[in-house]
Design a protein around this ligand. Structure first.
Ligand code: SF4
Ligand code: SF4
Length: 76
């Protein structure tokens, strides 16, 4: 399952990631960050497909996507 991490303090609340997420999985927070912006937040980590559209759209590079790596058993 992909994990979306948004740097809420860097986010300026422009809403581009919210508008372009094909799963409608992002929204702007109702709480202001230190800079006085409403930062983007993830609605549900489970709904994220890991498409990275939000990462590509963010002008301030606030979003990172991590994918869980399956542990592979050693053959010995
Ligand atoms: S990776 Fe894709 S599905 Fe997941 S939050 Fe970003 S735009 Fe939406
Ligand atoms: S595109 Fe970037 S700066 Fe704009 S709301 Fe999304 S995370 Fe914040």
């Amino acid at each position: 399952m992909p994990i979306v991490i948004i740097d809420a303090e860097k986010c300026k609340g422009c809403g581009l990631c919210v508008a372009f997420c094909p799963k409608d999985n992002l929204e702007l927070s109702k709480d202001l960050n230190e800079a006085g912006h409403y930062p983007a937040t993830v609605k549900s980590q489970e709904n994220c497909t890991g498409c990275k559209m939000c990462v590509l759209m963010c002008p301030d590079v606030c979003i990172e996507i991590y994918k869980e790596v399956e542990e592979v058993a050693a053959s010995e």
